[in-house]
Design a protein around this ligand. Structure first.
Ligand code: AKG
Ligand code: FE2
Length: 263
């Protein structure tokens, strides 16, 4: 079986691919890492109730989430996996297949913790935990992350459903939206953080909810419009994501034609 070229689809008409699927073992490793971090935080914040969260698990988190102040409990830094988890994730089968397709890459460290940043999200039923539609590029353009690489690179994102119900929660995308340059948006300070806000009516965007099962990843273009879907079921949605920085090859032919290389 040949290697699928993910970058072709991502840079093509749709702006994303859903061809990378994790096997159950890989999915269980990710679930375990996320659950450990989630539960440990609750152990610190709420030692008297941690057993209840443990018993219910992440999918039923919302049933007892009133016990904590949800928004305060889960800042981004609390959802970035530890460095050693990244080492293990890099050795998983899905990661190897990803590398075989796009080439070796670095994962961005937007929070400047000092290691590659793989982080998760937790979205309770309803729409209170989902942000607005955006292109990830806008975050980089407004300088929300600062400098994370000093080599020329292509930036793409991977989003992996960890606990999800296809068609009822997950990621909205607007196919082909990465090809347009004229989407209207502005930057706004929210909770002290600079964030892009879309200025287009939703009819102009027409997003679709990708019907993905847990472990069915979506890899997408930096300019693709996307966002969290309202969660329509009584299960908490959990997902994992990271940004790939793929070094750009100075192709010999391109370099020669632009006189970059002198023999
Ligand atoms: O999971 C979400 O709700 C949003 C995800 C997102 O914006 C991303 O993966 O870039
Ligand atoms: Fe995003």
């Amino acid at each position: 079986m040949g290697t699928t070229n993910f970058l072709e689809s991502i840079n093509g008409e749709e702006g994303y691919t859903t061809q990378l699927k994790l096997n159950n073992e890989d999915l269980n490793v990710l679930r375990k890492f996320i659950r450990i971090q989630w539960l440990y935080r609750l152990q610190l914040l709420l030692p008297r109730h941690v057993q209840e969260f443990d018993r219910l698990g992440m999918e039923r988190y919302h049933e007892v989430s009133d016990l904590i102040e949800h928004k305060m409990a889960w800042p981004k830094e609390a959802r970035v996996l530890p460095r050693e988890a990244v080492e293990v994730i890099r050795s998983l089968d899905f990661f190897k297949r990803l590398e075989a397709s796009v080439g070796k890459f670095q994962i961005s460290d937007e929070e400047h913790l000092g290691w590659e940043e793989i982080y998760w999200r937790i979205v309770r039923p309803g729409d209170s935990d989902v942000g607005s539609l955006h292109a990830d590029k806008w975050f980089w353009d407004i300088g929300a992350y600062g400098k994370v690489a000093d080599f020329p690179h292509e930036r793409i994102k991977i989003w992996i459903p960890i606990y999800s119900v296809p068609g009822k929660n997950g990621l909205l995308v607007s196919p082909g939206s990465h090809l347009r340059e004229d989407w209207r948006w502005h930057a706004e300070k929210k909770f002290g953080l600079n964030k892009p806000v879309l200025d287009e009516p939703i009819e102009n965007i027409d997003p679709i909810l990708l019907p993905l099962n847990a472990g069915e990843a979506v890899i997408f273009h930096d300019k693709l419009l996307h966002g969290g879907s309202p969660n329509l079921v009584q299960f908490t949605r959990v997902s994992l994501e990271f940004t790939l920085l793929i070094p750009m090859r100075v192709d010999k032919e391109v370099a020669l034609s632009s006189n970059v290389l002198v023999n």
